[in-house]
Structure formats: C-alpha cells, structure tokens
Design a protein around this ligand. Sequence first.
Ligand SMILES: *Cc1c(COP(=O)(O)O)cnc(C)c1O
Length: 401
Amino acid sequence: MNVDRSTFDDVMVPNYNPAKMVPVRGEGSRVWDQDGAEYIDFAGGIAVNALGHCHPELVKALNEQGSKLWHLSNVFTNEPAMRLASKLTSATFADRVYFANSGAEANEAALKLARRWALDEHGEQKNQIIAFNRGFHGRTFFTVTVGGQAAYSDGFGPKPGAVEHCDYNDLAAFEAMISDKTCAVMMEPLQGEGGIIPPDADFVRGVRELCDKHNALLIFDEVQSGVGRTGHLYAYMGLGVTPDILTTAKSLGGGFPVGAMLTTTDIAQHLKPGTHGSTYGGNPLACAIAERVLDIVNTPEVLEGVLNKEALFREHLEQINAKYKVFSEVRGKGMLLGCALNDDYEGRAKEFMAAATEENLMCLVAGANVIRFAPSLVIPDEDIKEGLARFERAVAKIANA
Ligand SMILES: *Cc1c(COP(=O)(O)O)cnc(C)c1O
C-alpha cells in the first residue's frame, strides 16, 4: 500500500499539522525521507531520542527483550521493571517508582498521589494545586488544566478544580498564593514548551522553602528536562533543590514510550493497592530499553559531552546572530536550547522552522517566538556544525527577504 503526506489529510484526525516530508529511516542524528533526501535532526522527536535514531545498543536491547517477553500487565512483575526502578532510585533522591507510558500519565499519577497524600495526612481542605503560567504538563484533562496555557485546556467543559497559576520566576506572587490549603506545587525546573525559560536559582530555592513551610509537596516535571538533557541526569541536581515527586518520560525511553513517577517511601505509601494503575505501565519491553538508555546516559562521558555540545551550539548561534541580528537571546541548558526572536521577527518562529526544513534541518519551536533545539545527547560535533550551517542558510533567507 502506497501512502504519502496527502494520505495524512484523508485519514488522520486533523489535530496535527506535520511537515510536508515523510521520514522513513533514521541513523544517529540523520534522517531520510520518502524521496531519499537526508536531514539533520535537531528536533530529536521533541527531546525524546536521547541517543539518536536506532542506536545499536538500543536496537540490541529491543531485539533481545523483544524475543523474550513483551507484556504481562501488572498482575505480574518483571525483571526489567525491577532493574530499571532500582537504577532510577539509586541514581536519584527517590525510593519508589511508578511506571507509566507517557509524560502526561506520569504527571497524572503525581497529581493524584499528591491529592491522596494530602487527604490522608491533612484532610480534604488541603487540595489546592499551584502551577505556573506557560508551564506544560501533558494533555490529559487534569494535566492540561494544571498546565499554564488556557488555550490548551479551554473548550472541553468543566475542569478539575482547585488548580491555580502564578507567574514563573515571580516568588512574591507565589508567596502570596501558597497557604496551608496548598497540597502540591507542580513546576518544570526548566520550562520547555512555554519557551525554554530557565528558573532563577533564588526562585526555585524559595519555592522549596515555601512548600516546606506550608506542608505542600513539590513536584518537578522533568519529562523534558530529565535524563541528561541539561548535562545533569535530572535538572534538579544542577539546581541543588530536591523535589518530593519527580516525573520523567521523553528521553527515558530513547524513542520507546515509557514514563515514570519517582518519590519517597513515605509519600508512595498513599498509593495503596488498587488506588491507581496502568495496563501497559512498566511492561518489560519498555523497561528493558529504558534501562539501557539510563545505563548509557548516566555516565560522565555523555553528561559532560552534553555541556561541550551546548558550548559548540552557542558559539555558532552567536556567530549567526552577529551576522543577521535575529535573536534577542539564546537560552536553555545542555541539549535543550531556545533562540528567542527579537522584536523585528516577533511571532515568526514557525517560519524559521519551515525554512530550516527546506534546508534539510529538522528543528522545533517553543511558542510563537522561540526556535527550539532538542537533539540527541550524543549528536556528533560534525552534525552540529553541518546542521548549524543549514540553519544559517535558513536564517539568511528570512533575514534577507
Ligand atoms: C512533553 C511533556 C509532557 C507530556 O508528555 P507526553 O509524553 O506527551 O504525555 C509533560 N510535561 C512536560 C514538561 C513535557 O515537556
């Protein structure tokens, strides 16, 4: 059966608007489309393909587990899930792991756990959830309501209640909002979808202190920032602030769907048997692949490499900006970088992304104003240089138009 991009418009629900080309094959940070054209991948499947496409070690893990055991449900446990949970807990603050299949599901579990913890420990008046404007936590109805973009949560009827938003990096506004009724605070320790916005160190410390003061749980959504993305295994490690609950997905599976919620034994005990669950969560196939991702990423070579690659990106992006004056700022950390457009190009990030695709470079946007790069953590330096040469041609086309 032959399919092409026009098939998409015939058979898919129109909630996405994918690029004109259809990728068919990937290797490392290169991708080929139906016509055999080759692309450099700075999109990384939206911060998912932490080790690029078809990394030999991940292909091996997939094939080995794929010929052994794929799925059981949680009526039975399995070795890969127990190994992965052991490695995640020994590498982080956490003692306990709940597995899910996506970021939204991991966050859904975190929010339900926080509400249940508050109910058990403090009573039903402690139910407020505070999150931040421009935050993103997924598309289930609870998580999209907690996310700080009304445009994504409006238009679906009544929302889950007791969810309030405040400006990121505004500690005074946060202090005015939090109280003993606050059950949890959910935040990204580096806002991704909202525009690659790093937190001020004082802000994160202040949020932690105020959560402690009011007995509220601090949930870090590390779905995008986690698994080596910032040069630390998790971004919280670079901030020196430890959450009570952490969620991780995207890069965790290196392209295979998997998510996890990490927490302490004290908090975890509130999810007693039967209170929450997932048919697929923690399946042996996903966990075997994630275990291999974690083994490879959580090494000094890869984590230090991320920071060296960030420096290479920044150096070239500065050079591009010196020539064409299109960015107000290059921000972010590690392999999660955003080029914020200046006033002259305001709102035109999508045009830059389309122009980059024309030059055989895959990249992303984060809102209307920011071009986002979230490539493989092990992208070869030559691919970074070649990709940025292509990006420069795209920038030149727009700036000289
Ligand atoms: C992508 C993302 C999510 C949602 O993850 P899905 O796997 O799409 O459900 C949640 N939080 C953050 C910070 C994200 O970047």
